[in-house]
Design a protein around this ligand. Structure first.
Ligand code: UDX
Ligand code: ADP
Length: 477
């Protein structure tokens, strides 16, 4: 193996692989980075001259792509070729929760990880460092290692260049919407492994822009488990503050004031205390489910139940919000137009995976509402896929109720609506001109703000009836 890494191949050009490799290429001009994917449409988008067509929306990303693409950063479907040339291979493929079979609903589906490991086993040459980037259940490195090692002695592989593998865990802690900043200024970089030389080579890459003291090295299993536990703790904080939101509504306290007050305690800290419609994204639910599965696997039932509750509360919050909307709209939304502002799971991303908007919109459609959905970055196809209902199609064809349509602007979405429901904390929702909106809405016009992002005072002054999560207007009048 060379003294330093010159060729990186990343398998998987998604939300993790794409931004991570872009930043590595930018910070390490001497390293050639090839990002490969089986999805040729996705690769085509990464290579599109028109940078607004990149497959993922991430602030600051397209500027870096512009600097590095086709210099030392390449996106390709030539998986075999780039595996063969690589000194280091990152596995950044998807690991969703299994939908069927043993562990369905909890365990991660590792079929894509296994497929990539087999490809690496087949096409790699010489000594190769394999880095797990995707979030994986604890001890997946062992599976990867087994697959890789099984290939070493086989005759059908190129024996002139004997294969040797080192597997490292280097979990990603980037938060979508802030991915570039998280990658450029990480709180820490975690590397788990046994092979000191391999660890040092990966460390050397990060040392190009990350301070030495921020690079933590551990054993493989601790690294894998830390990723799951970090996400579980973050999700738990969101679920905890969300349970306080209903108590605030019942008692007259204001969740924003409570979050501020508790967050100033150094031991608690101010981040991740925004009550909302529940956590979404590809990681939180998947990682806690995984943790629950692992606890159960080791017979640790109470601990499994404890973490399962974090997920249960997340759904409870989404259903609770639906009920509040219904109750305030006189108990029925049949044939009412409801404007939904925001569909992504959080602001500054076009990612809709596990977005709380999905369940709330489904609930509202089932209740007979006609939703008009606007999101600055999410496309109609993604909404259709998540709601499992085509645009304009009726949910209940007999009763002729329940549907959704895509809106291109806030105005279009709110026109003739009975209510506006703010689902995602997009910046532009802060500056809605309620005087203009209210003129076009049906009366009484309602605003339900699940993220406490809108200017409620101005909305009220304009004549809107308002509800904000974690605050009871009646008690506070
Ligand atoms: C998360 C982790 O933060 C990241 O370290 C890991 O690598 C991947 O998973 P991400 O899913 O991109 O990142 O988003 P994050 O910012 O963590 O938010 C997750 C969900 O929690 C979002 O739906 C967000 O709206 C919600 N959330 C977050 C709240 O409701 N309140 C908060 O205070 C913070
Ligand atoms: P994440 O959020 O973890 O990045 P994504 O679903 O956005 O997840 O991206 C994972 C990518 O991995 C997808 O584009 C998928 O096509 C790709 N992928 C999955 N399996 C393989 C494989 N065996 N070889 C190459 N790419 C793969």
């Amino acid at each position: 193996m060379s003294k330093s890494i010159l060729n990186i191949c990343c398998i998987g050009a998604g939300y993790v692989g794409g931004p991570t490799m872009t930043v590595i290429a930018d910070k390490c001009p001497n390293i050639k980075v090839n990002v490969v994917d089986i999805n040729s449409e996705r690769i085509k988008k990464w290579n599109d001259k028109d940078l607004s067509k990149l497959p993922i929306y991430e602030p600051g990303l397209k500027e870096i792509i512009e600097r590095c693409r086709n210099k030392n950063l390449f996106f390709s479907t030539e998986i075999q070729k780039h595996i063969s040339n690589a000194d280091m291979i990152f596995i950044s493929v998807n690991t969703p929760t299994k939908t069927k079979g043993i562990g369905a609903g909890q365990a991660s589906d590792l079929k894509w990880v296994e497929a990539s490991s087999r490809e690496i086993a087949k096409y790699s040459k010489g000594k190769t460092i394999v880095v797990e980037k995707s979030t994986l259940p604890v001890r997946t490195a062992r599976t990867i290692k087994e697959i890789l090692e099984a290939s070493v002695s086989k005759d059908d592989y190129d024996s002139s260049n004997a294969k040797e593998f080192s597997v490292l865990s280097n979990p990603e802690f980037l938060s979508e919407g802030n991915a570039v900043n998280d990658l450029e200024n990480p709180d820490r970089v975690l590397i788990g492994g046994e092979d000191k030389e391999a660890i040092s080579l990966l460390r050397e890459i990060y040392l190009n822009w990350v301070k030495e003291e921020k690079i933590i090295t551990t054993d493989l299993w601790s690294s894998e488990l830390s990723k799951l536990v970090a996400n579980a703790f973050l999700a738990q904080r969101v679920s905890s503050i969300n349970t306080v939101s209903s108590l605030c509504e019942a008692t007259g306290a204001d969740i924003k004031n409570v979050s501020l007050a508790i967050g100033t305690d150094k031991r608690i800290g101010p981040l991740f205390l925004n009550a909302g419609p529940g956590f979404g994204g590809s990681c939180f639910k998947k990682d806690i489910s995984n943790l629950v599965y692992i606890y159960n696997h080791y017979g640790l039932k109470e601990e499994a139940e404890y973490w399962q509750k974090v997920i249960d509360i997340n759904y409870w919050q989404q259903n609770r919000i639906t009920e509040i909307i219904l109750k305030n709209l006189f108990g029925t939304i049949t044939d009412k137009k409801i404007s939904i502002l925001g569909f992504s799971f959080k602001a500054n991303t076009n990612d809709t995976r596990e977005s709380p908007a999905i369940r709330i919109c489904k609930n509202l459609i089932e209740e007979g509402g006609n939703l008009s959905i606007y999101d600055p970055q999410v496309k109609a196809e993604a909404i259709e896929f998540n709601l499992n209902l085509a645009e304009h199609e009726l949910f209940d064809t007999e009763a002729k109720v329940g549907s959704w349509q895509f809106s291109n602007t806030i105005i279009e979405s709110t026109k003739n609506a009975d209510a506006v429901v703010v689902m995602t904390e997009w910046e532009e929702f802060k500056y809605i001109n309620w005087n203009e909106i209210i003129k076009m809405m049906r009366k009484p016009p309602w605003l339900f703000d699940t993220r406490s992002i809108t200017n409620i005072k101005k909305a009220k002054e304009a004549g809107m009836k308002t509800w904000r999560l974690g605050f009871n207007e009646k008690i506070n009048q």
